[in-house]
Ligand binder design. Structure first.
Ligand SMILES: [Zn+2]
Length: 158
């Protein structure tokens, strides 16, 4: 999947949840982080150097758990740190959203990252046109949800 798709989908969903520019920026950074840390730029993309440990969900959920545990040791007056912690949650959200989208466009490591036979995902989005249609429909759905939230229509529907 293209980075633009990862970035736009993550931005659209992060904007629905938060109004904080810092959180949205951290989600944006996380949206491509798993690919950035693969360290395969300039090389031909192969199965061995793409979507391996960098795309293992346990790393990101473990980091999120560590941040959550750390946040419980904060004093109430440490508001700068709580802002950073919230931003880190959005960064992790961006990373996990990246993994989810990659699973729609191939496979990512499952429970055991070394077991290549039990990877997660299906190659549902095979062509650029379908990826564009997916992206467009996702952004339109986000806009509709945003409008429904803004005018409290969701409140009356639920
Ligand atoms: Zn990826």
């Amino acid at each position: 999947m293209k980075w633009k798709t990862h970035q736009v989908v993550t931005l659209a969903t992060a904007f629905l949840v938060t109004k904080s520019a810092v959180n949205v920026c951290f989600a944006f950074l996380g949206s491509t982080f798993p690919d950035v840390i693969e360290r395969n730029s300039g090389q031909e993309i192969t199965f061995k150097n793409h979507r391996q440990l960098s795309h293992w969900f346990v790393i990101y959920t473990g980091f999120g758990l560590a941040v959550w545990i750390f946040s419980h040791y904060l004093e109430p007056h440490q508001s700068e740190l709580s802002t950073l912690i919230e931003a880190l949650y959005y960064f992790i959200y961006g990373c996990i959203n990246h993994l989810f989208l990659d699973a729609l466009n191939g496979s990512i490591p499952g429970i055991n990252p070394k077991n290549h036979k039990k990877r997660w995902g299906k190659n549902i989005i095979k062509k650029d046109l379908f990826e564009f249609v997916f992206l467009l429909s996702f952004v339109l759905l986000s806009c509709i949800i945003y409008k429904l939230k803004r005018y409290n229509i969701l409140y009356y529907l639920v």
